[in-house]
Design a protein. Structure first.
Length: 154
């Protein structure tokens, strides 16, 4: 697992979105990208975070941002999550865990005394040239888009 840092080139992503369309991170060159990793579709914290990005999506786009969500859920799971919560942005499929491993967010978690592997909720802010500007490790689900704005506007 790589340990990405601010200033590093963001690893390329080649996967499909909820509709089965191939998506590459390099497709967004020239835009600022909010690449957010979340543990699971339709869970309380992940839904809160996704809905915060949804509610602020148009203003984020107006400021030149593109939002991409990533989890290890299936294309069908992403479709249901999007339909249920009217999400306007792409959710990327990472069932083989390549993306979470490339970004170093596939980690051991300890829940109720049981250890298991899972996705660490993390947001990467990537500039127009594909460089990592910020890494948010303590994501505030209810204010995720505000955290992004504050960091980009520093």
């Amino acid at each position: 697992m790589s340990k990405l840092q601010i200033g590093d080139q963001a690893p390329e992503i080649v996967t499909i979105n909820q509709d089965g369309k191939e998506i590459k991170l390099s497709d967004f060159k020239g835009k600022k990208v909010v690449l957010y990793f979340y543990p699971k579709d339709n869970t309380p914290g992940c839904t809160t975070e996704a809905c915060n990005f949804r509610d602020n999506y148009q203003s984020l786009q107006d400021e030149g941002f593109e939002v991409l969500g990533v989890s290890t859920d299936s294309q069908q799971s992403h479709q249901k999550f999007i339909a249920k919560h009217n999400l306007p942005f792409n959710l990327l499929v990472d069932e083989d865990k390549k993306i979470v491993e490339d970004y170093g967010v596939w980690v051991e978690k300890n829940m109720f005394g049981k250890k298991r592997m899972g996705t660490a909720r993390t947001t990467f802010l990537i500039d127009e040239n594909g460089k990592i500007l910020h890494i948010i490790k303590k994501v505030d689900n209810k204010n995720a888009s505000q955290q992004v704005r504050e960091l980009f506007n520093q």
